[in-house]
Design a protein around this ligand. Structure first.
Ligand code: FMN
Length: 207
């Protein structure tokens, strides 16, 4: 069987149920599954087919613990930039932010983290990694593996670079914790299409 044939849940189901997963079971992700996910990531469209990316797949539990500490610091640094200084500043109704906050202390519980880097010298590199990340998440969804896109913060960038030997020519763009979900993949909730899409002229409704 090929990677292509193993990624075989219906495309619609994958796209409509690929929600941010932030709580993970401890079960490891088998290497062949990880390979399928990464093979899908690198099939993504990208500017000029320059493939200006590098993916660091982090499995080592001790390194994940170190990264987890840095992730927590980065998450709170981002919140401080927004004027949020502690859990008490996050409204109870902000469920996605509360779930992101919990992830910030449980980051190392994800059995795998993929750090997505853009090769900074290539023009448009940042834009090119985005389709690769979506391919990665959809392939993961097909294998029953969940995850979410996260970002770090300038405050920890140097230490993360040192931890993984990231060269100066690369920029760390996203950090994706991955694992089998605790709980279910629910359906994705979004604004109605009419609110965000027009046909021919801004404001003219789609039928
Ligand atoms: C560019 C980008 C950055 C994100 N950063 C974070 C993050 O730092 N932490 C986090 O837990 N989720 C992060 N997310 C996930 C979003 O919060 C999530 O996709 C959004 O709330 C919609 O949730 P849903 O996909 O489960 O419907 C990010 C998503 C994107 C696209």
């Amino acid at each position: 069987m090929t990677t292509e044939s193993r990624l075989n849940i219906p495309l619609g189901e994958a796209m409509f149920t690929q929600r941010a997963i932030r709580r993970f079971r401890p079960d490891p992700i088998p290497d062949d599954v990880l390979r399928d996910i990464m093979e899908a990531a690198i099939r993504a469209p990208n500017g000029g087919n320059n493939q200006p990316w590098h993916f660091l797949v982090i499995k080592d539990p001790d390194i994940r613990l170190e990264l987890g500490e840095l992730y927590r610091e980065a998450w709170w640094a981002k919140r401080k930039d927004e004027g949020i200084n502690g859990p008490e500043d996050i409204a109870p109704g902000k469920s996605s932010q509360r779930s992101a906050m919990r992830l910030s202390s449980e980051f190392a519980s994800a059995p795998v983290v993929v750090m997505v880097c853009a090769l900074a010298k290539t023009q448009g590199a940042m834009g090119s990694v985005i389709p690769a990340v979506q391919n990665l998440l959809l392939a993961a969804r097909s294998h029953g593996v969940g995850g979410t896109i996260t970002t770090l913060h300038a405050q920890v960038d140097e230490r993360v670079r040192r931890l993984f030997g990231v060269p100066d020519t690369a920029q760390i763009v996203y950090c994706l914790p991955l694992g089998y979900p605790r709980g279910r993949f629910g359906s994705v909730q979004r604004k109605p299409l009419e609110e965000v899409c027009s046909v021919d002229r801004w404001g003219d409704a789609i039928s």
